[in-house]
Design a protein around this ligand. Structure first.
Ligand SMILES: Cc1cc2nc3c(=O)[nH]c(=O)nc-3n(C[C@H](O)[C@H](O)[C@H](O)COP(=O)(O)OP(=O)(O)OC[C@H]3O[C@@H](n4cnc5c(N)ncnc54)[C@H](O)[C@@H]3O)c2cc1C
Length: 477
């Protein structure tokens, strides 16, 4: 029997848009039958969170890149839109496939949908298999001594080191015997993922190269140029020293197994700190797996009693980067322009929204979800809850970042702020993070009119801090 006459294997692609270290694809290629590579944009299955706008932009380009790689290897990438189970059933009917393979997802709503699909397919006598790849550990397997899940990062990471064997990445299949039929699917443009009216994505296009090859290039460049200084420089947003692998990881264009293997091969110092940051991603997924509504519900229920301010005007001012605190505004504008923000600045802007403006962390989480290219179902809510103090292993409630002192420490010459806020870039270093203290003559000389060309601070940090401490203390009491 020729290979094309064998019943094909459907391989579902989701947030694993790569051909390297792709266990499901490798298993399908090894099986020998033709492969139907299928991506389904599922905006219908109940409980799945809709992809944010910046992530949709990324997804479009990542699918284009995956399609190219698959084509070179011998297979088409088929595209569909609708409920996953319906689209899979249609693909089975059209292709005569008798196997469906995929890599596991760990968001409980997605994992639940996959489990239901697996049971339904098996009931029909088909082979349905799921594989690992997104995480170094299976959240269901790593348990504390008392059989629960970890709520504190340090023991979690220690247990990972002791119990989890980090396997080598799987090579991409040399060639794939792609199924030659027609599914009647969609073309990429028909998924309608790109912004058009208006097209706000020019900053994203300038900044990123979505896709597996872009991810591998980024990893190589990071290891060669920045890894050695990572621990020392990772907190300074003006110096590009972090890996910027987050969107590639969020879309599964690269796996933690591939990153760990590359770190093992490198002779660089600084690998331990970098590994532990990847560990925070593992920890976030561990928390999400065990707490399905991480984006909607306080991990610590006592936070349900917090009286947040319902100030939508202030929320919009924060979103637009017009709070009058330059480091906050620079971060929010970096996010809007590039779909990404430096980690230190994410912590500062989040603390500002939650503690200086007393706005519910869920509003910030939603904005990030929509505007980040690395918007991640685990990292985003876990990090917001960490800053709010409502999360597992959270920042202590009395830690309220002073946006001026943070800026002076981590952006000492104001490079980052100047880059993102041109209207105050001419200010001398001593006023760049506190323009309201600049003498009138200096402001005039630099053509800055506070309240007109750049705003006055939306709140006084000292007073806002006191207000937050009272609110947080009342929760404790
Ligand atoms: C309020 C807030 C929201 C966040 N939202 C997201 C999000 O939606 N998606 C996201 O991937 N990260 C999020 N983070 C975590 C972190 O800011 C980003 O992962 C990091 O800035 C990405 O840049 P990088 O790839 O250069 O990081 P690197 O420093 O190079 O780290 C490498 C990788 O480790 C992981 N990582 C690093 N720091 C963290 C962390 N604190 N928590 C979890 N994983 C981490 C990421 O996968 C990252 O790509 C958020 C942090 C905060 C404070």
């Amino acid at each position: 029997m020729s290979r094309q006459a064998q019943a094909p294997t459907i391989v579902l692609f989701r947030r694993d848009l790569r051909i390297g270290d792709n266990a499901a694809l490798a298993a399908a290629a090894e099986r020998g039958a033709p492969v139907v590579a299928l991506y389904i944009l599922d905006e219908t299955t109940k409980g799945l969170r809709a992809t944010g706008a910046a992530s949709r932009w990324w997804l479009h380009h990542s699918l284009a890149a995956l399609g190219d790689l698959l084509r070179k290897a011998g297979a088409n990438l088929f595209l569909a839109h609708g409920r996953t189970e319906d689209a899979v059933a249609k693909a089975i009917d059209a292709s005569g496939a008798n196997c469906v393979f995929w890599n596991r997802r760990y968001d409980p709503s997605e994992a639940g949908a996959d489990a239901r699909m697996k049971a339904a397919l098996r009931e029909k006598g088909l082979t349905a298999l799921s594989f690992d790849g997104a995480l170094l550990h299976e959240p269901s397997l790593l348990k504390t001594g008392s059989g629960g899940f970890y709520k504190v990062y340090t023991p979690f990471w220690k247990a990972m080191a002791e119990e989890v064997h980090v396997r080598d990445p799987i090579d991409p299949p040399g060639s794939i015997d792609g199924w030659r039929g027609e599914l009647g699917g969609l073309r990429l443009m028909e998924l309608d993922l790109l912004p058009s009216k208006p097209d706000w994505a020019h900053g994203l296009r300038e900044t990123w190269r979505p896709g597996e090859e872009g991810a591998q290039a980024r990893l190589r460049q990071f290891i060669e140029s920045d890894l050695a200084n990572y621990e020392r420089q990772r907190d300074y947003p003006g110096q590009p020293s972090t890996s910027r692998l987050s969107p590639h990881l969020a879309f599964g264009e690269i796996t933690p197994f591939q990153i760990f293997a590359a770190l093992r091969r490198s002779k660089s110092s600084g690998t331990s700190k970098f590994r532990s940051e990847i560990g925070w991603r593992e920890f976030s997924y561990h928390l999400l797996f065990h707490n399905p509504d991480l984006a909607g519900r306080n991990f610590r229920p006592e936070f349900d009693a917090m009286s947040w301010r319902d100030d939508m005007q202030a929320l919009r001012t924060w979103q637009r980067g017009l709070t009058g605190y330059p480091i906050v505004d620079a971060g929010m504008r970096e996010l809007w322009r590039t779909g990404w923000m430096h980690n230190r600045v994410r912590m500062i802007v989040a603390s500002f929204l939650i503690k200086d403006l007393m706005i519910d962390w869920r509003h910030g989480e939603k904005w990030f979800w929509d505007t980040l290219v690395d918007a991640d179902a685990a990292n985003n809510p876990a990090s917001w809850q960490w800053v709010a103090g409502s999360g597992a292993d959270a920042a202590p409630y009395f830690r309220i970042f002073n946006p001026v002192l943070q800026a002076e420490k981590f952006d000492p010459r104001g490079d980052y702020v100047r880059h993102h806020i041109p209207e105050i870039s001419a200010l001398p270093d001593r006023y760049i993070h506190r323009p309201w203290e600049a003498p009138a003559a200096v402001l005039k000389d630099k053509s800055i009119e506070l309240g007109k060309t750049y705003p006055y601070p939306i709140v006084d940090h000292g007073a806002a801090r006191e207000r937050a401490l009272v609110a947080y203390q009342s929760l404790k009491d």
